[in-house]
Ligand binder design. Sequence first.
Ligand code: FAD
Length: 472
Amino acid sequence: MDAPSPNLLDQFAAIVGSAYAVRDPDAIAPYLIEPREKFGGATSLVLRPGSVAEISAILALATRTRTPIVPQGGNTGVVGGQMPSPAGNEIVVSLSRLNRVRTVDPANNTMIVDAGVTLAAARETAKAADRLFPLSLASEGSCQIGGNLSTNAGGTAVLTYGNMRDLALGLEVVLPGGEIWNGLRTLRKDNTGYDLKDLFIGAEGTLGIITGAVLKLFPRPKGVGVAFVGVTDPTAALALLHIARANAGGSLTAAEIMPRFAIETVVRFVPGARDPLTTPHAWYMLLEVSSALSQNAADATLEAIFAEGSENGVVEDGALAQSVQQATDFWRIRETLSEVQKHLGGSIKHDVAVPVGRVPELLTRAAAVAQKVVPGCRPFAFGHFGDGNIHLNISQPEGMDKQAYLARWSDMNAAVHDVVLGLGGTISAEHGIGRLKREMLAEVKSPVELATMRAVKAALDPNGIMNPGKVL
Ligand code: FAD
């Protein structure tokens, strides 16, 4: 498609007003830089609408003029879904001004928010009402509820509360033709035909623009215990996970795994970070237990997990956080793992999931095939063990040229994904497809699934204006 004419750009700009139509290249630049600096993009216009009506007018005009639109939330997505194409013919619609909390209803345990509310603000709003909104990501200061929904974000508490799909009861969406669908229902049961909201959740902006959402709230736990545990290998980690679940049941709110190499990297590069245990261990688990009763109850559950794990020879050593500060320090180690790999040079990423019981096999086999692709590479695999979701990142060999290493990205992906698929897994657990994995979709979707997805896209967006080139 050709770039929009200056006259058409003026028409779009007039909808939001010139103050909110960004045309200066310097002011546009931040919208074109994403966390991994992997996906280039270009545009001559970023629109910052301030209301649902403005978004409706933008999409109606886009449909009339066949102008491609890229929705952008907090721009923290890691698969390039929020980036316009390098061709420069797409208009970016930023949701950042749509940032109002509409209502909080503690009696129904729900709140209704605009899509541009940041995750951190949503969590704070819930807290002010003495409730919990459990989604938690390292990017929560910037990412937005609309982006979380569009990527079906996961994070660290999926074990207990589910991912974003499980946390939304209703949506408001502007369809590609400009029609506004008000699906802001606050019901926990509603069996009235197709569940439209589930189409838009995880759609990565390819079916419409989410403008509002009904989010589920939960009671705030009275106590949260956090422990750092050293184990010999991922098989011991799996045994520990089962012990933890048996002792804690639904109150096990996180079970994250990380290798020794990750701890060493954090201690080396993150100012103030310390190894939580006195002796080194090959692998570590971060366990979190939330209690509806008290801090003592949460800690007692973790101690019972330690005791049983030690008795069974699964736990080598462990530390239970003695203060909120120490718990924060433990979590900080986990949360800096994505960022800290930059210090190791190039990193080839895989966001994969396998059935939980097969994670140990995944970690061993993926590390072995990676060595065959680039001998000397350094696996840096960590993540949401309890969900079977591992960020199977692989850092370059020491001293290797970064670009030469990154040039092996597809070969490495092919080898690792082969292992993942062989274990009955998926090549995108929580980050989505975006631009990064579009060509790989056929590896995990059958022809019937792909044809059905295309039929849905064609029905809702017949002119293909919504985020073209992403997902499908
Ligand atoms: P963006 O990046 O702006 O957009 C993401 C996609 O959603 C794009 O396709 C975009 O077009 C679409 N979109 C955005 N808003 C809308 C809307 N209102 N309507 C329709 N489409 C829209 N993700 C996880 O799941 N778990 C993690 O633990 C996690 N940790 C992270 C840690 C760091 C340090 C970073 C940088 C990222 C992490 N992510 C994680 C990825 C990212 O934060 C999530 O994907 C997040 O949900 C994206 O939200 P966003 O508002 O930044 O969306």
